[in-house]
Write a protein that binds this ligand. Sequence first.
Ligand code: DER
Length: 223
Amino acid sequence: EPKNNDKQIAGEEAVKFIKDGMTIGLGSGSTVNWMLKKLGERVKEGLNIKGIPSSLKTERLANELGIPLTDFSEVAQLDLAIDGADEVDSRLNLLKGGGGSLVREKIVDMAAKELIIIVDRSKVVPQLGAFPLPVEVLPFGWELTARNIAKLGCEPIIRKKEDQVFVSDNGNYILDCKFSAIKQPEILHEDLKRIVGVVETGLFIGMGVKVIVAKNGEIELLK
Ligand code: DER
């Protein structure tokens, strides 16, 4: 299939929701990177905003683009957060974490009055779970945590990067958990969070998101 620029179109569309004076949660991933590039242009043209990044990679790119940054010592609540996703289901629940930033993403996304998710058409699915569910776990005893997670009906695989165990921005590991299908994501999320050693899951449930979907150059807004 020809490489389309739907991620760029979705990312740039989200920037239209950013108003002067706002504090913005900056998500992570390749679609967000397009949003950041457009936001950097608007800042150069005089847009006055401050962002809180949801990963070190987003922080680095935002700095390169001249986007002013702040943190939660200065900001009690963000006006808007813009983030990507790996899957969006029909109830607008999300499966996230493909990029390994799910913990900081969830902290930033939950701190915002409004959350906009930017995706291309391929992320919109009838049911979550075709994509393995990322779960961030503490390194200590991760094998035991993995065995306890497996009892929920999945095969947890520790994430590696160039043959090394992947370490998140928070110094933790990520287990990619292949479920056959995730029929009740809100229940699965709670079951996972009760397992000691689990830091956070990639299930973003009931967050009242707006979703910008780009499909062959056309924009659709789901809410
Ligand atoms: O890790 C995440 O949840 C990111 O939002 C990411 O998975 C989104 O993917 P993208 O690179 O296709 O935008």
